[in-house]
Each structure stands twice: as C-alpha cells, then as structure tokens.
Design a protein around this ligand. Sequence first.
Ligand code: IVH
Length: 690
Amino acid sequence: MAKSKASRSGRSAQQPEAEAPSSDDLERARARVDELTRQIRRHDDLYYAKDAPEISDAEYDALVRELAAVETAHPELLSPDSPTQRVGGRPVEGLVSVEHRQPMLSLANTYSREEVLEWLESITAYLGGDDPLRFSIEPKLDGVALEIVYEQGELVRAVTRGDGKVGDDVTHNVVTIRSVPRRLKTKKPPALLEVRGEVIMTHASFRAVNAERDSAGEEPFVNPRNLASGTLKMLDPQQVRKRPLDFVAYGFGATEGFAATSHGEAIATIASWGLPTSGELATLGDIESVLAHYDALQAKRNGLPFDVDGTVIKVDDFALQRRLGVRSKSPRWAIAFKFPAQQVTSVVERIEIQVGRTGALTPKAVIRPVYVGGVTVENVTLHNKDEIERLGVKVGARVLVERAGDVIPKIVAVTEAGDGEPFAMPERCPVCGTPVVDDEEEVVVRCPNPLCPAVFKRRLEHFVSRGALDIEGMGSKLIESLCETGLVRRLSDVFALEKEALAALPRMGELSAQNVLDGVEAAKTRSFARFLYALGIRHVGETVAALVADRWTSLDALRAVTADALQDVAAIGPAVAESLLGWLADEREQADVDRMLALGLAPTAPVVARAGEGVLAGRSFLFTGALAELSRREANELVKAHGGKLLSGVSSNLDVLVVGDKPGSKLKKANELGVQVMTEAEFLELVRGG
Ligand code: IVH
C-alpha cells in the first residue's frame, strides 16, 4: 500500500532554454495543472479520508509525475501548495529539539460514567454554576501527539509532544503525510495557527507494512501506534514514505488572528481549510446526549479504519475553557472517557507447550486469529496448568479474549466448553524428551536438561535482547538459523561468529552479516550489570543484576564473593544468593564465560553518581507494574545516574515505590509500611526537573 512518490530529479535538466512559451501554451498548461492538481487531491481524499482508492499506486505516481513535468516546463505555474511540493523532504542528521509555545498537556481519564458526572459537577462548581455548558465529544485516537505550526497559512514546522514542553522537530517526515496540507486552503489564513492532533497509521497501512517486513524476515510491529511512533521519529523521509502515516487534528496550541470561539466551530473551520479531522465530532448541550454519543462511538469502534481507545469530552466554549484553565498536567475543561478493555471471542485451535529460558514449560493456546485492543492475537499464554483447570480451557473451546492497552492478551473465560479432551501437561519435554520435573512450590513444570535446544534458544534470545547485550541485527529468525545450523551452541559462540558463515545463512548476505558483527563488537563493552543480566541466571533480573554489579563491579570481584558477603546485602534475598552461587560453581558456565573473555568481551564497570550527589542521593527506589515511558533498565539506570539506590523488594528500608500500571502486591505492602508511592510521571519530573 505504500505509495512511492514520483521522483523530481532531473527537473532543472528539463528546464526550457530561452524561448518563452506562447500564451496559448501557457493557458493549456495552466488548465492541465489545475486538472491534475484536482485529480491528485481527489485521489488523496479517496485514499486517506475514505479509505477507498480508485486507482493503483502506479497510476497515482503517473499523475504526480505528469504534474511535475508540466511545472518544470512552466515554472511560473508552480504553486507552493502543489502536490509535487510534498516530495523532497531530505534526511536529517539528528532530531532537533523545539520548545512548544504552549505546553502540550495530557488528559485526565476515566472508564466510568460516574466519574464523568463528577467531573461535570466539579467544573460546574468551579464556574459558579450559572453558565450553560455545551460539550464537544470526539474519538480519542490511539496514536502519537503532534503539533503542526502554520504561519500565514504555510506549514513551517511539525514537532512531537516530547515531554510536553520540548519536542522533536519532525517536519521532514510530516511533509510526507499526504493528508496534511502544506498550505491552508483559505484566502485569509491566521497569522499563526498551531494545530494539534494525533499521528496515526490506518489498519490497512499497518497490515501492508507488516506483510512487507514479514517477507523480509523482520520482526513485525506490535501495533499501529508503535509503528506510527517509530516512523515519525525516523531521520530519512524516504523510509517514512514507505510507511504511510496519517494525521487527525483535534486541538490547538498558540494562535494569532484565528477567530473561532468554540472547539466545534474551530474544528469545522480547519476542516474546511483542508486539515484532516476525525469526522466524528458532535457538539451537544447536555451530558445525557454526550454519554449516548459515547455508546454510539463504542458500537462503531471496530468498524473505524484506525484504533480508537475512547472518547474525549471537551467544554465547547473557548471563553469557558480559558476560565476553567489547567491543572499541573491536564486541562480542567476536558476529560478522556475511555472504552473498556476489548473482549472478543475466538476458538482454541490447539494448545502448544513452550519451553522457556529456565526450562519452564508454559502452555499456550493457539486461537483463531482475532483483532483485539489494537493487535491481532493468535497466541495466548495460559501460564500454568492450574490456570487451565480453573478456566476449563481445552482444544475446541470457545473463549473470551481480552487485551487492554499494552497489556498481554489473556483468556478471561470459556464461553462454550467444546468436546475436546481435557488438557494434561506432558510428562516429557516436547523438545528434548527429558522427563519433566514438577516444581510444586512455584506451580511450574520444568525441563531439567540444561542442554535442551529449546532452553538454549531462549537463553540466546535473552542474551542478545535489548535490555541485555542488545546485539543489533540478531532477530528471532537469525537466532533460529544460528541454532539450527549449530553455528551457535553455547553463548560464547556469539563472539566467535565469522562473516562468511553468517553471510551464507538464509536471508543474510555480506551486508547483514557485517551489521551483525558490528553489533557483536558493540556488545562486548556493555556494562557489567547488563552482562550479568544477559547471562540469564535464575532470579537475576535487571534490578538484581544492577544491584550486584554495584557492589561487585567486575567478574573477578564477583567470582571472589562468599556466601556470607552475599547474605550481607540486604537487597539480595536467599533465592538470589543460592542461584548466583550455583552459577559461580558451575564449571561449564564459568568455562563459557572465560571463553567470552578470551574472545574480547570486556564488560565495563557501572557509572554511578558520586556518593551524596544527584537529586536522588540518599534515597532508595523500587519500580513495580508496567511503566509507560521507561523500560525497567532505563528506570534503574536513571536512579543510579542520579545518585539513588535500588532495592529489590518492599521493606521498611525502601524510601520510594514507583508504580506503573497494574502494580499488584508490592503497592499493597508499601502502603501498609507507609513507604512513599510515586507515579512514573512524578518520578520523571523529579529526575528531569533536577
Ligand atoms: S485533547 C489539552 N483530543 O490523548 C489536552 N487528545 O491522553 C489535549 N488524544 O496527548 C488533548 N485523541 O495525544 C485530545 N480527540 C483528542 C485526542 C487526544 C487522542 C491524545 C493526545 C493526548 C493524549 C492524552
């Protein structure tokens, strides 16, 4: 679906020499330019707004090419808002930071009607209770926030939200978005118009991009939002063009000479100027109608060409918006009323067993693919046999699948049992045939064979993954071939890979091979903490690895550790100590690490703020739940970089628990102990503000 654009190179070569065209010629050319412009705009609209293209990409390109040719022959006919002017964004070396004139805020949000009514009550009280309120309600698009700045009607800049105050200049990419006008379609544009909206990727484009990635042997993107977000920040617009983005305007930053007095009116005005809007906005005079509109939008949610995760209700009148003003992070005049987690039914086609990095056998249901909560779900893990029994999942069962936001999909219930056999855990590892061991305490069944190929493959995947050694170019398909061909049989083999052998693997070649080798080279000097984590020692996750590496900063130091010394570190529990000591005593593991060292591996000692320095100095932190902005690794590194300490569990020694989504038992315990609790946003404000 990605539309390639007509090349404009060679334009000056075609420039006519001296001869001026006759006025007849010029008139004919003008008519042709108008006609081609009209046609291209119409096809843009069919393609983007209506999702119903009438011509092929090649035919579209031919129209653009013809227009470019006429404009080349008659430069006086070239207007700045010609469709040909969209082509030509140049790659940039890095993204430049730009400060927003007005901060880009976020929204208070809720899933409940009661809270919407409470919001209404609170703003009515705030205003004194006398003003009749009208509301605009529109879809809440699940994409990436963007601000586009128009000066005198010309697009001059496009900036991401960033941290709300400062974003990245992505103008070079935004000019590739066909639905975004370079020039507003009005004779009297405002002196300044900052339009805010969401950059999205339609389902159709998302599927097309993933299909292409799949045939190139690359990992697919998880959902349209992630893809849109990654694409928007690319440096080379040529790449962006292959991943068609779209934009939907829903609000405003600073404006000068923009006369609108209400949200509904302002959106209608900019729509008439050619800016894409959702087309689903309603302006209503009472809250019951607003809630009814929410229900109506929810009902059509699955039929929309893009992901929508709720609605946004806004006080329509700008004067009232100004009177209501903003709190620290969100305006009082708006609230996001989100849709509940999506649930879809499907059928269990089979139940497969996955063998994990620690040998744990995890059953997963392979279901008939369904699109839910922004992704196509085909595999759902079932965690353990107890859960399968509790739910009554078996082959042929009809099940209810749920997925909310970034959360892993799960089966919430069986709606029809089906007539398949009840599921039983296998007695032998499905990969190597070793009899399994039932670990009653952890409700886990394990393959005890450390040489099991499945276990090793998972260990390797973990070893090279982003939070670990982060070896670029080593995706799951390459790992598969490395294991299958026996090029990698133990972790140290990664450092002994040779170009020729790599290049001969399927889908590889010289260039990719070199890319992988560069990645391996870079991985040799990752921090000692990451290296420890990469080894996949049981109970040594990112946090524990960082703690251990803080105290014993090199492999030599760690190898000299005694059981007593380990027990002394309060943050390291007995399970961690036992596992680490076991690993240190394992001759095969140690020999493999020695071989890595001989092959050039040289982990670096952690960089820590000097004792007593940094905004977090003297305080200890722990993270729990799913963080939205940071990975665990980044969060841990931030704590250390700012002089704070990390703890691995909640105790009275803990100063701050930072909670993400679904925090669970740690939050409960922290509350019981009176430990300070912070959201991720508050934590970020603390470190970034300091
Ligand atoms: S208004 C001052 N309207 O949701 C508040 N935001 O959770 C400005 N979003 O950062 C936001 N659709 O990226 C608004 N119709 C809509 C929206 C919308 C999606 C995003 C936006 C914002 C985030 C807040």
